[in-house]
Design a protein around this ligand. Structure first.
Ligand SMILES: Cc1ncc(COP(=O)(O)O)c(C=O)c1O
Length: 456
């Protein structure tokens, strides 16, 4: 763990905390209870317990879409937690609500919306729940369609909302297949199509422009799940087809983007956005003990959750202040570095006959497997390689991928299983690009170990 700047970080926090405290200097002095010795002992014990974690903060961790928050995010979050604002109502968090509105408006502008309705929430699942809830109010009882590679929660959320869900086939690139979608739309009874821009397993990008055209013809709503891929709207190096899909979000009805994935935020930060602010009417409710401080919009009036952490909004605002959401900016350069790392890893994997690759990466997820002649053997060896890589200090993940998708490209493999375990790397940290040689060396080491234990 890099603690090179720890003293400087603590100094910055000390200074900012004093600035914050000065805002309350007219209050009579109040000293909160503080038992440094006992707190210190518990903190030390906490740190020891936390050692039982994978090294999420390090570039050798490439398992899931997970990275530590930017220092400005963790410092701003800690600063705001001194007062612990609640962004439910303006009386709970006047300043932090204003910062949330600004931060969310910047995300809306990033996807091309000058007007919008939106707010932060606990994460992608909750954000998708709100989008599907609004969709189900507009099209009660009508089906939700999403690709078979969409996040598993769309099906569960639809069940929760009491609306039928249908999975639509994907094409050879794991994208929602427009022909299959058209067949479902022709059957009728569809209220909403979920378009995923960056699927969780493979980073596949559904063809949003084509889906929008089809959906408009059938009077169907389009929700974009860009929980993982949304920020790539700012990347310069996205492939033209991917860039076109991201640009087309401007024409969708709702969109989810997770700042706690690519937005450098601590967990607990998702965002739901609606293009038409009039959907606020569905949220209307009475809360006899809140909303008394102002006639201005309280975020609790447009959110399913009641209490929400103001500190999370403050962290996002501060991050966007330091790293504005602009194309060719410093933040966008980090996304381009991740794209370059994924492409470089894919190129190396393809050049090695010992590996089978899956899809050319659209964002920064790469999947592959050790070559073998039977799918069950590929899966067994993937799991062994996963464990061998972990012994080399390289942390990957395992993704179960449908045989139907792999069979189209792994022509030398006979398929005796429906799903095949493959290796997966999420090169979400910009530092993964500089570390690629190290990652690669360790992967090859692990592969030698795996091969020598697998082959007679
Ligand atoms: C595309 C997509 N949608 C939704 C989710 C769910 O987000 P969360 O885990 O923040 O609830 C994820 C999580 O990885 C995702 O990748």
């Amino acid at each position: 763990m890099d603690i090179t700047h720890l003293e400087q970080e603590l100094e910055l926090l000390r200074k900012a905390t004093r600035t914050l405290a000065a805002g309350f200097a007219t209050l009579p002095p109040y000293v909160e209870a503080f038992d440094g010795a006992r707190i210190g002992a518990v903190l030390d014990e906490t740190a020891r317990r936390l050692r039982d974690s994978y090294p999420f903060h390090h570039p050798l961790y490439a398992g899931q879409m997970l990275q530590p928050p930017h220092p400005v995010a963790r410092l701003a979050c800690a600063l705001a937690q001194r007062i612990n604002p609640n962004n439910h109502a303006l009386e709970g968090g006047p300043a932090s609500s204003a910062l949330e509105k600004e931060a969310v408006a910047a995300l809306a502008r990033m996807i091309g919306w000058d007007t919008h309705l939106g707010h932060l929430c606990g994460g992608g699942t909750l954000a998708n729940l709100e989008a599907l809830w609004v969709a189900s109010r507009l099209h009660p009882g009508r089906r939700v369609l999403a690709s078979s590679q969409a996040h598993y929660t769309h099906q569960r959320l639809s069940a929760l909302l009491g609306v039928p869900f249908t999975a639509v086939e994907v094409d050879a690139e794991a994208r929602l297949d427009p022909a299959a979608l058209e067949r479902e739309l022709a059957v009728g009874d569809v209220g909403t199509v979920v378009v995923t821009l960056g699927t969780t397993a493979l980073g596949a990008v559904d063809p949003l422009p084509e889906v929008l055209a089809l959906a408009r013809r059938h009077g169907v709503r389009v929700h974009v799940d860009a929980a993982y891929g949304g920020y790539f709207r700012l990347a310069a190096a996205a492939a033209p087809r991917v860039a076109a899909a991201l640009a087309a979000i401007a024409g969708a009805d709702s969109c989810v983007i997770d700042p706690h994935k690519h937005g450098l935020q601590p967990y607990g930060c998702g965002c739901v956005l609606f293009r038409d602010p009039a959907v606020a009417r569905f949220y209307r409710h009475d809360s006899p003990y809140t909303y008394f401080s102002s006639d201005e919009l309280h975020l609790g009036e447009i959110s399913l959750e009641c209490s929400r952490p103001g500190a999370v909004a403050v962290a996002l605002w501060a991050t966007q202040r330091l790293l504005p959401l602009e194309p060719a900016g410093e933040f966008a350069a980090g996304l381009d570095a991740s794209l370059a790392a994924a492409r470089a890893l894919y190129a190396r994997l393809r050049a090695e006959p010992r590996f089978l690759t899956v899809l050319e990466p659209q964002f920064d997820v790469v999947a592959w497997a050790p070559a073998a002649t039977q799918a069950s053997e590929v899966a067994r060896r993937s799991r062994q390689l996963f464990a061998a890589a972990a012994r080399q200090g390289l942390h990957l993940s395992v993704a179960e991928l449908p045989a139907s998708l792999l069979a189209r490209r792994w022509t030398g493999v006979s398929f005796d299983t429906q799903r095949v375990a493959c290796l997966r790397a999420c090169l979400i940290k910009p530092a993964h690009l500089e570390w690629l040689d190290v990652l690669w060396e360790r992967l090859l080491e692990a592969s030698w170990e795996e091969r020598s234990s697998s082959e007679p």
